[in-house]
Design a protein around this ligand. Structure first.
Ligand code: SAH
Length: 252
């Protein structure tokens, strides 16, 4: 018997991995993050499966379900939105499983920052402009470590993907503008890959107002950086003088 931490991807069931799809469609017990995992993905579980919404559970209550699965000798699917390794709070669940002597495995998923980039049809890295992507958030119930305050990250002028922060978009844009410039491209994608997906594009100067007009307050990805601009330098990867040997290798 095993617990599978499964990445549910951003929402569209076609963005599940083959492995996640197979595990989910044969599962008998599933604990899913009801506030975030799309109903279309949860619906892949068989009709008779025991489904639990983790949004209404404490860790202790989850442990009870883990133990029941252990006694029945039945695998349990722990379904997390996007990729379980990003803001999934999986470590504390793994510690419980370690105590209970239950084995577990992680099935990665497409994260919402990737789905948002796909929706925007953008590359998050741009030659000479930004070769670093920062995945972060602003403080909420979880405080930010001081060295990771937004201002510290902004100093790098890397491409920033901010989770869990759209409700603070005004504050975020205000803090980033002195470092990135008020005219720096910024975008917000609500429910990337869902049927009700919304996209807002702008600059740090006007993105907050546009997001407010669209009434987006949660489940959205903020992406900021010059990499989102269209007129970035051309990469050398496809340049005539770039040798084929390099093209085949990993280093560009
Ligand atoms: N593990 C998840 C992140 C969980 S934290 C992942 O890898 O994507 C929850 C935050 O993820 C939300 O506040 C939002 O910022 C982002 N998010 C999750 N699903 C999203 C989606 N479909 N579109 C845009 N943002 C999403």
């Amino acid at each position: 018997m095993k617990v599978f931490f499964v990445g549910a991807g951003p929402g569209n069931p076609e963005l599940l991995t083959v492995r996640a799809h197979r595990l989910l469609s044969h599962c008998e017990i599933c604990i899913y993050a009801g506030s975030l995992v799309s109903p279309e993905v949860v619906a892949l579980a068989p009709a008779g499966a025991d489904l639990y919404d983790s949004a209404e559970m404490t860790l202790e209550e989850m442990e009870v379900v883990f133990r029941q699965a252990q006694l029945r000798g039945v695998d349990l699917i722990r379904l997390h939105t996007g990729d379980p390794a990003i803001y999934g709070a999986i470590r504390e669940q793994m510690n419980s499983l370690d105590r209970l002597g239950i084995d577990y495995e992680v099935i990665p998923g497409i994260s919402s920052f990737q789905a948002a980039a796909a929706t925007l049809k953008t590359e998050l890295t741009a030659p000479e402009v930004s070769q670093t992507i920062i995945l972060s958030r602003t403080s909420g119930r979880t405080p930010m470590p001081e060295q990771e305050e937004l201002e510290q990250l902004a100093k790098t002028r890397s491409t920033l993907c901010l989770f869990l922060s759209v409700h603070k978009i005004g504050e975020v844009a205000g803090e980033l503008a002195p470092w990135y410039g008020a005219d720096c491209p910024a975008a917000v994608v609500f429910h990337a890959s869902w049927p009700d997906e919304k996209v807002v594009r702008g600059t740090l100067a006007d993105i907050a107002l546009k997001v407010e007009q669209e009434q987006i307050r949660k489940t959205a990805m903020i992406i900021v950086g010059q990499a989102l601009a269209r007129d970035i330098p051309v990469s050398r990867l496809y340049h005539r003088s770039f040798s084929h040997g390099y093209r085949r290798g990993d280093e560009r």
